[in-house]
Design a protein around this ligand. Sequence first.
Ligand code: B16
Ligand code: MG
Length: 220
Amino acid sequence: MNKHKAIIFDLDGVIVDTAKFHFLAWKKLANELGFDFSEEQNEAMKGLSRVHSFQKLLEFGNKEVSNADFERHLYNKNQDYLQRISTMAENDLLPGVKKVLDFLIENQIPFALGSASKNARLILKSLKIENQFAAIVDGTDVQKAKPDPEVFLTASEKLKKSPAECIVFEDSVAGIEAANSAGMTSIGIGDATILKEADYNFLDFTEIEIGCLEKLVLKK
Ligand code: B16
Ligand code: MG
């Protein structure tokens, strides 16, 4: 039996700093619709699906749009976002991520992606790491978005690990809630005062010592 647990990585805000581009694209759309959108409001949208994010944005702005406009704005927002990330390459991995991935590969510790993004595979390709994942579960694979645990439970099934054997790295409140309700170990990447429901917190991957990671992934 394998002596290691498995890791599930969120994508946006954990592996790569696309969270800031989502924010800028939503802010541009909010401004076009006649209201502003703050970084604080953005925290509540992180990790949510594209559709849920736009519904939340409209709530913040106290706006309603027709179904046709809803689809049109979503399409345009995604085009804007894709334009912003079009130059993404290998060196855009967030600091410390490569060191952690290399350690997992060297030690044959399985890892998967558990992201709400429908652009996840494209982004992993740009970063040239898509072949390193034992499983990829993204916004195109699930019915229920975070904070529902479906994305992480599907990843654990693909990894052939029980939820208790999975450790999730997440930067969003919705994602930490999803990991916790899946019965997994949750690790918050970012502001610990925001991700206060996480089992462990780190500002970023440079803060994670390999020795500490070794202990976390070893089955008791
Ligand atoms: P897309 P993650 C999430 O990715 C983002 O955190 C969230 O802000 C975004 O709305 C969602 O993906 C959908 O992204 O528009 O690319 O399908 O953090 O779960 O990797
Ligand atoms: Mg994220």
